[in-house]
Design a protein around this ligand. Structure first.
Ligand SMILES: Nc1ncnc2c1ncn2[C@@H]1O[C@H](COP(=O)(O)OP(=O)(O)OP(=O)(O)O)[C@@H](O)[C@H]1O
Length: 620
């Protein structure tokens, strides 16, 4: 693998903590992978190198590259993981010390939502607030100190969020479960409170590498500190100009404050952009210059011939039509730029609708990225809930979902009856088993409930893919699906999703391994490999992060849409983050970059974005 001099210098450095301040398209991943391989070459045991990536997909890609480079086997890189995945390993290893029994269940997004909705009902809070409550709980955990967080932000409107948080945690504990954020929080507490465990890992890891360091949150920073041994072999890579997750607790100050924190830190800069033409790199530099408090770097590209154009339309439908025509023109019936190499990016999801419509009528193939996550789809949730209820008898949320799927007369009233039989130590499923054993139910319900329990008993020891097949067969699931959906196309698509699910599950040997993997995938982080990726990509800027295309259209560049009204209302720091988002969007393009805005969107007057003015200033 060829490295530039700047990249090579960073790779060769050892002896003190190092921060690589990298520009967009400067080959961060290449540098990090080369660093890992270099460490192995100079004698580090790869099993003792902790390499933190931002997504599971990035971890897999890094492992494949390392296997190619070193000739070693997959298991040699077992600590190439996301923070969540690494912390789950640690938590599982010491689960009793952390206050759990083995195996710990990781709650899915669906289960979290379900639990919070239940708590809303119980506390007379409107269910529509569930998502806001979940975000607040998540932020409190990632802040690193939930108690303090709620002292600072005690309420959400009139809702006593701290109280709901306590109830939520209690229910998780009862179910021997952790949610996604608890994986980090509980691992942090474990390492903080148990010197022996902490010392073990500090000695074990000979090097810590962190990718996308600009998006680290307080809790992740704590974890890095707790795991870092006396050797202080820490190598972090990132781009503070691309820090765009502040809204969910990331704290770019860890990145900016690195030289202050590690006085002997060596700072490397990767300034050459290998992706975009220089015209695009310079325009993006000029835009980001409007943000204060950032690491200085002089990004440049040796590629010439980039095009940046700004277009103004009367309405959103005109904008969509123009984009479709321009894409047709660029593609020149397959002779020009391939559809796969073109992206239309926008600030918020709703913007995709008009483009989907117009692309269909212009027969432009497209793929909508970051649509409903694969694991959030109804049919996938149904099947996974069967597996989860079988493996985790304490998982009330999954049991409640499957007990009447397909419909078998065990509706909400019956569930209430079962729930009433529950004691503090029994789950919904335990209660159902007691009712079946004691024969207290009507004949029909007794038979149906027995059947559900038999399915769960049958699949618990099977390999995940086989367990899924048994569920489909025993519940006649496809017949149920046929009746439930409105069109044949919808049925086919759902059936295909299930086939895909079974196919993916074949690589896993047991239910626990499968369920953990499924719960670790959070699809808002671009782990949407399963989706058809042919055609023009339609995606939000957050999902576009890390990707590259020959041609990029940034649409909807209007005040209050981009920058988003919430950020405008929240103040300067949030607007700086919006500007970084525009920087991310611009630097996805290799050659052609089009920015568009309209005077009317959704029938309302719209004003062009301040970012357009700032970009135009440097173009003229
Ligand atoms: N030394 C190099 N010489 C030539 N091409 C390189 C070099 N390093 C990286 N590249 C190429 O530059 C492109 C950008 O690399 P990569 O996607 O790793 O950048 P990045 O720093 O992660 O970008 P971003 O943060 O903008 O997503 C890739 O196509 C990569 O193969």
């Amino acid at each position: 693998m060829q490295l530039s001099e700047q990249q090579q210098n960073a790779v060769n450095h050892t002896g003190s903590p190092a921060l690589v301040v990298a520009g967009a398209g400067s080959g961060k991943t290449r540098t990090l992978t080369a660093k890992f391989s270099h460490l192995v070459n100079i004698g580090h045991d790869p099993k003792r190198i902790l390499a933190i990536t931002f997504t599971n997909k990035a971890a897999e890609e890094m492992k494949s590259r390392l296997i190619e480079m070193t000739g070693l086997k997959n298991h040699a890189f077992e600590w190439v993981r996301t923070y969540h995945s690494a912390c789950l390993m640690i938590l599982k290893q010491h689960c009793e010390k952390a206050g759990y029994k083995s195996p710990i269940q990781v709650f899915s997004v669906y289960s979290q939502g379900k639990l919070v909705k239940e708590l809303c009902v119980k506390n007379n809070v409107e269910k529509k607030n569930a998502n806001k409550i979940l975000s607040a709980i998540s932020r409190a955990k990632n802040f690193g100190n939930p108690e303090k967080y709620f002292d600072l932000k005690p309420g959400l409107f009139s809702i006593n969020i701290k109280d709901l948080y306590d109830q939520y945690e209690e229910r998780l504990k009862e179910m021997n479960s952790v949610d996604f954020d608890n994986i980090l929080l509980k691992a942090r507490d474990l390492l903080r409170d148990h010197t022996q465990i902490r010392d073990y890992y500090r000695k074990y890891f000979s090097y810590i590498l962190v990718d996308e360091y600009q998006d680290t949150n307080n809790l992740q920073e704590d974890l890095t500190n707790l795991l870092l041994g006396e050797h202080r072999n820490l190598f972090c890579v990132g781009d503070d100009w691309q820090a765009v997750y502040g809204f969910r607790g990331s704290n770019v100050n860890h990145f900016i404050g690195f030289p202050e924190k590690y006085k002997d830190a060596k700072i490397f800069r990767l300034e050459e952009n290998y992706r975009s033409a220089n015209e695009i790199v310079q325009a993006a530099n000029d835009l980001i210059d409007h943000n204060p408090d950032k690491m200085e770097k002089k990004c440049f590209s040796q590629k010439k011939g980039g095009v940046i154009e700004i277009y103004d339309f009367i309405s959103d439908s005109r904008e969509a039509e123009w984009v479709a025509k321009r894409i047709k023109g660029l593609n020149r019936q397959g002779q020009g730029i391939g559809f796969d190499n073109i992206a239309v990016v926008y600030r918020t999801k709703f913007c995709s609708l008009l483009f989907e419509k117009i692309f269909r009528s212009y027969r432009i193939p497209y793929s909508l990225k970051g649509a409903q996550g694969f694991f959030e789809r109804m049919e996938v949730l149904d099947i996974n809930s069967y597996l989860s209820a079988a493996f985790f008898p304490g998982d009330d949320v999954s049991f409640e979902r499957i007990v009447n799927t397909p419909k078998r007369g065990i509706g909400p009233a019956m569930i209430k009856k079962i729930a009433a039989m529950r004691t503090e130590t029994t789950s919904l499923q335990d209660a159902a088993r007691i009712m079946v054993k004691d024969r207290v139910l009507t004949k029909k319900i007794h038979e149906n409930l027995s059947m559900v329990l038999e399915i769960l008993d049958e699949i618990v020891d099977l390999a995940p893919a086989r367990a899924m097949e048994v569920v489909l067969e025993k519940t006649d699931y496809f017949e149920y699906l046929k009746k439930k959906v409105k069109t044949t196309a919808e049925f086919v698509s759902k059936k295909e999703n299930i086939e895909q699910l079974i196919y993916t599950a074949r690589s896993k040997n047991d239910l626990l391994e499968y369920l953990e993997d499924a719960a670790l995938i959070r699809e808002d982080k671009e782990d949407d490999d399963d989706q058809d990726s042919s055609g023009v990509s339609l995606l939000t800027i957050h999902s576009a992060k890390g990707l590259e295309y020959d041609t990029v259209f940034i649409v909807g560049c209007e005040e209050r849409l981009f920058p988003h009204w919430r950020s405008i209302d929240a103040g300067d720091n949030a607007v700086f983050e919006e500007r970084r988002l525009m920087y991310v969007a611009m630097t996805r393009a290799e050659r052609f970059l089009y920015l568009t805005h309209t005077s009317y969107r959704k029938g309302e007057f719209a004003r062009r974005s301040r970012f357009i003015d700032q970009i135009q200033e440097c173009l003229s």
